[in-house]
Design a protein around this ligand. Structure first.
Ligand SMILES: [Zn+2]
Length: 237
């Protein structure tokens, strides 16, 4: 293998490590968001159940008020009975009292129903609270460890960038320019191995005679994709 190719390969290996690290780094905010969304989802569910319970309590308050009003009304009607003159008025008032008492019974039933609803809503809210607290805690821990990982990766990346500078400084300028140009156009592999007698970059067949030369250590430049084609451990005719 020619010297400049060995150096380019070093550079390429280093860039591959850099790419991998960058991809890992980029995945961290996404992962953080997943955990945050999860916690927020639990928070929203908790709020929803709390609102339900608040609504039940509000209903209970209103029912208790209705109940007190009805009792007062019945007492009022009863007090007015003695002052009524005619039989018709008296009967009508008795009917009124009976109706109001019937309403009181209905309100009592609603109060009992609301008590069951409250019990159930309290249990649901307790479960939601536990789940929310657990998720928030887990999410915070996960975020903490992700931040730690992020810092580690950033430090590693800084070291790799330094290493890359050293390696790049050893590559002859014309080869380096070509390499950088290919990479900036999106190519990840500029030095590539022969794969089944073809260029590893674009899979164009290479003349057998050339393949022989490449195997012998000569560098071949692919006319189609511009890759430096070399013989590697997994190369074959
Ligand atoms: Zn090619």
């Amino acid at each position: 293998m020619e010297e400049f190719i060995a150096r380019l390969l070093d550079l390429q290996d280093c860039d591959r490590d850099i790419d991998r690290l960058k991809a890992d780094l980029e995945s961290i905010p996404r992962e953080m968001k997943i955990h945050r969304d999860d916690a927020q989802g639990h928070e929203a569910r908790f709020n929803q159940f709390r609102d339900t319970l608040d609504g039940i309590k509000e209903k209970q308050k209103k029912l208790a008020g209705d109940r007190a009003d009805n009792i007062a009304r019945v007492a009022d009607y009863k007090s007015r009975l003695v002052s009524l003159k005619s039989n018709t008025e008296y009967t009508a008032m008795l009917q009124q009292i009976a109706n109001t008492e019937k309403m009181s019974d209905q309100i009592d039933n609603l109060i009992i129903e609301a008590m069951y609803e409250e019990d159930e809503a309290v249990q649901i809210l307790e479960r939601a609270t536990k789940e929310r607290d657990r998720t928030v805690k887990r999410s915070a821990l996960r975020e903490q460890s992700l931040k730690l990982k992020q810092r580690e990766l950033e430090e590693k990346l800084a070291v790799l960038h330094q290493r890359r500078e050293i390696i790049a400084s050893k590559v002859e300028s014309k080869h380096l320019k070509r390499y950088e140009k290919a990479r900036s156009s999106g190519r990840r592999e500029v030095v590539t191995g022969i794969k089944h007698g073809s260029c590893g970059g674009c899979l164009t067949k290479i003349p057998p005679q050339k393949v022989g030369e490449i195997k012998g250590g000569k560098t071949y430049t692919c006319p189609l994709c511009g890759s430096y084609v070399v013989w590697t451990s997994d190369s074959s005719f």
